[in-house]
Design a protein around this ligand. Structure first.
Ligand SMILES: Cc1cc2nc3c(=O)[nH]c(=O)nc-3n(C[C@H](O)[C@H](O)[C@H](O)COP(=O)(O)OP(=O)(O)OC[C@H]3O[C@@H](n4cnc5c(N)ncnc54)[C@H](O)[C@@H]3O)c2cc1C
Length: 508
């Protein structure tokens, strides 16, 4: 009789799976992390371009403290692994009528920009909105984001302790309704309504509480030197330094159950990884729809029924540009937000979309190279509606619109530079191309996401499809929730496992 180290298999090397692997390996567990792709990061990935690898996933890094804490918790410093550069300009916004507005890291600079853009009333409204967003963020952080399994009761108790919060939450309003009350200028409603899309929602259907996303951005946006994927690589390196085994190009096909608990993971090449616990860090809908075996389908049943968040059509490429001066993050708005969100809500591609452009080589403090790298994102509904008929129909919704703002790319990207919703489904099976898991629509959305500890003993969830939700910081936090749940549960059952474990790694 010997005490075996606890074995954990993590399926999926997105930031949620990586964060769980880092923490579990640091805690001395024997961790194997398997991902079907060739490199860590999941959606945080690059595509090749004529100017080198270009980001093709997330570009806006907020809530730096989540990453500092993660690295510190596992005995490392984030600065040892990546260089983060705080962006003075949070984003540059363009409207079809020629109006332009920068938001800044310095709140006074943003307030002054508001005044210049739309007068003193807009400045006062902006200050009031920023205060509200900060109150909401601070109210939501402990009882929801940081809690392993948030409940409406815990949030209500928090709110009852500060009754003025209930008013700030505008609990029965949508984000769009709140913004109509908050801003007189429709362009500012459009700008702050766009934050609903950061978690894959429409401002008309998402709860007003999502105004808190502005506070996350106002508190700081960082650029990762060398590209966002460097952060995923750093997380993989730390997990590996703590002894985790990383298997790339390995798809998990089945989660094995023994006596009603998760006991192993089967890979497509026939390998069986025996373990005491499994973290599934892909989209929970893959579990719910039986893609990891019928016996694992009951782990997160809600994920099979809930509405899906938005997808996108994303171009990642290198080109020379002519036109307005770009910042690192840029938004080119359509004339009317309804002409974007009505089709999206109906499951169709908009004809007049808002386009986001990350000019990856800008915001560095030095002159950008002649051939620059770009990522352009157009929101789309999930499959099947979000899939363009062909790359051309996506092209016509992107480059002519940007030309109308005076922005020309030379050359325009090849079709191979486009990732469509079907591409995102292939990247993250079971997701229907949704980038942010379940839809954030409705009052109760934050409480309906599956949490780390599932109904199946030994099977845990991490990633943007699990609580506390999507976005790089939230998905990273989910890895902490999964690691903590596993450590608690394994500690409480360790006396039952003072025996040689069945199985191990075997190949067919
Ligand atoms: C274009 C785009 C722009 C975005 N912009 C931002 C942004 O600016 N800021 C921000 O914070 N967030 C942004 N996001 C969202 C953010 O990228 C995600 O919320 C976050 O990266 C998701 O991490 P995750 O842990 O859920 O893992 P994912 O990135 O979803 O990765 C999951 C991994 O699991 C693997 N996997 C799944 N099933 C299996 C299986 N059966 N076997 C083996 N491997 C499997 C997948 O292949 C994938 O590699 C953006 C996303 C996209 C796509």
């Amino acid at each position: 009789m010997t005490l075996q180290p606890d074995k954990v298999v993590v399926v999926g090397a997105g930031v949620g799976g990586l964060a769980a692997a880092m923490r579990l390996a640091h805690a001395g567990l024997e961790v194997t992390l398997a991902d079907m792709h060739a490199a860590p990061g999941g959606k945080m990935r690059t595509l090749p371009s004529t100017a080198g690898p270009v980001d093709a996933g997330p570009t806006v890094l907020t809530m730096r403290s989540v990453f500092d804490a993660l690295f510190e918790d596992v005995g490392r410093s984030l600065n040892q692994y990546v260089t983060l550069i705080r962006q003075e300009t949070l984003a540059r916004h363009f409207w079809p009528d020629g109006a332009q507005l920068d938001l800044h890291a310095d709140p006074e600079a943003s307030a002054a920009a508001m005044r210049g853009f739309a007068g003193p009333r807009a400045e006062a409204e902006f200050r009031a909105f920023s205060d509200r967003a900060a109150r909401l963020f601070n109210a939501f952080e402990a009882p929801v984001m940081q809690a392993p399994a948030p409940t409406l009761g815990a949030l209500s108790r928090h709110v009852m302790a500060q009754p003025s919060l209930a008013l700030s939450m505008a609990p029965f309003a949508s984000l769009a309704q709140l913004l109509r009350r908050q801003f007189s200028d429709p362009r500012l409603r459009q700008l702050f309504g766009r934050y609903a899309t950061y978690v894959g929602g429409s401002p008309d259907l998402s709860p007003a509480i999502l105004a808190l996303i502005w506070h996350a951005e106002a508190s700081g946006v960082w650029r990762v030197k060398g590209g966002m994927h460097r952060l995923a690589r750093a997380m993989a390196d730390v997990a590996s330094e703590h002894g985790a085994t990383l298997l790339f190009g390995q798809r998990a096909t089945r989660i094995e159950m023994q006596d009603g608990r998760a006991a192993g993971v089967h890979l497509a090449d026939g390998t069986r990884l025996a373990c005491n616990a499994v973290v599934f860090a892909g989209d929970p809908r893959a579990l719910a729809t039986g893609q990891l075996g019928a016996s694992a389908a009951g782990a997160a049943p809600i994920a099979g029924k809930a509405g899906r968040s938005l997808s996108a059509n994303v171009w990642s490429f290198a080109a020379r540009i002519e036109g307005p001066e770009l910042a690192h993050h840029n938004v080119f708005f359509g004339a009317d937000p309804r002409s974007e969100f009505s089709p999206l809500e109906a499951g169709a591609l908009p004809e007049d979309p808002t386009l986001y452009i990350c000019a990856e080589d800008r915001g560095t403090g030095s002159k950008p190279p002649e051939l620059e790298r770009f990522e352009i994102i157009m929101n789309a509904p999930p499959l099947p509606g979000g899939q363009p008929k062909d790359a051309f129909s996506c092209r016509t919704r992107t480059f002519p619109i940007l030309r109308s703002f005076g922005l020309c790319f030379d050359p325009e990207p090849p079709d191979s530079a486009l990732t469509t919703p079907a591409g995102f489904e292939a990247l993250c099976p079971g997701s229907q191309g949704s980038l942010y898991g379940q839809s954030p629509h409705g009052l109760m959305a934050a409480f309906q996401r599956p949490v780390a500890r599932t109904k199946i003993p030994g099977l845990y969830l991490a990633g943007g499809g699990a609580h506390p939700g999507a976005g790089v910081p939230m998905a990273t936090l989910s890895g902490r929730h999964a690691a903590e749940a596993i450590r608690t549960d394994l500690a409480s059952t360790s006396t039952c496992r003072r025996t040689a474990m069945r199985g191990g790694m075997s190949t067919a």
